[in-house]
Design a protein around this ligand. Structure first.
Ligand code: 0GY
Length: 305
């Protein structure tokens, strides 16, 4: 099957630079995706976008180029609840990739066991309104109870403007949930607002009051309103995101993860050089100890224990 990309779709950046920041050995890219290839793993009919292909081979080549040791591959909405491309990538990774899937209520316990054997360790629930037709509240509770015995965790993706509306649900869920909950991209704050303003404080409160909540401090390229580097080669990109990510890393050093977000679905305006994204890390994790926790210790504990 051939697929026509969404008009204006930006393909991932070919030929990324080699980062200047040397990743500690054992580093994990804890948020990335595979797309298709569509001819082999068709995109779902319910998708909100049709991406370019981004294969497991291309992902593993990027891993090696940047200096990562492992990947956590997260199911993207363009594949719906068909995790075939993701599972195939896990099975080809020589135990160097773990996965976070999307499942429906109809998933059987046997299917969950098979996914576990392939390296799946979490289920993602997407609350971003432009990406899904409904918010999966009932499903989340039911599925979370079924995956807890496997030692899996829940990943939630939402935007900061929606957190007040989701607050009662998320906090009630936490009283019942036995699993770790990982929030994608710091709950997508508006970084033009103050880092100590009410919007970001609500997210900090969420993490402070619920010790099972973790955050990915990823996606400066998605959150930045300043955009890409002003001058090519200065490697000064996305600095408006630094205070937000740094605050989370320093306040909750044992509950943070970092990922490239390659191949960067739905970006508008520019496609980041992934080498440059890696060079962002020492600005948000400023000591070797914080870098080791963020890149090695935390993801290893969550995904390879
Ligand atoms: C991301 C971001 C996005 C898309 C998805 O599942 C997805 O389709 O995650 C987005 O558009 O914000 O996490 O990579």
């Amino acid at each position: 099957m051939t697929f026509e990309k969404t008009p204006g779709w930006l393909d991932w950046y070919a030929g990324p630079s080699r980062p200047r920041f040397k990743l500690p050995s054992g580093s994990v890219d804890a948020h990335c995706h595979v797309f298709g290839p569509g001819a082999q793993f068709p995109f779902t009919a319910e998708r909100k976008y049709t991406p370019c292909d981004a294969s497991k081979e291309q992902l593993f080549a990027l891993r090696d180029h940047l200096g990562f040791d492992k990947n956590v591959i997260v199911q993207a909405t363009c594949h719906g609840a068909d995790n075939g491309a993701l599972i195939d990538a896990l099975q080809s990774s020589s135990n160097r990739a773990r996965g976070v899937v999307t499942v429906k209520r109809s998933v059987t316990d046997q299917q969950l066991q098979q996914m576990h054997a392939a390296g799946v360790r979490g289920v993602r629930f997407n609350f971003v309104k432009r990406l899904v037709d409904f918010t999966p509240k009932d499903e989340l509770m039911e599925i979370a109870a079924r995956i807890a015995p496997l030692g899996w965790h829940v990943v939630i993706y939402f935007e900061a403007v929606d957190l007040p509306e989701l607050w009662d649900f998320f906090t009630a869920v936490h009283d019942d949930l036995a699993t770790t909950v990982v929030v994608d991209h710091m709950g997508r704050p508006d970084v033009s607002l103050p880092v100590d303003g009410p919007q970001f404080e609500l997210f900090i409160k969420f993490m402070r009051e619920y010790p099972n909540v973790w955050s990915k401090v990823s996606c400066p390229e998605r959150l930045s309103v300043g955009g890409p580097p002003a001058l090519d080669g200065e490697r000064d990109a996305y600095r408006d995101v630094v205070p937000f990510a740094r605050r989370i890393v320093e306040t909750f050093p044992d509950r943070v993860l970092w990922g490239t977000d390659w191949p960067h679905p739905n970006l508008k305006g520019h496609m980041p050089d992934d080498g440059l994204l890696v060079d962002f890390i020492p600005h948000i994790a400023v000591t070797e100890q914080l870098q080791r926790k963020l890149l090695v210790d935390n993801p290893t504990r969550l995904y390879w224990a």
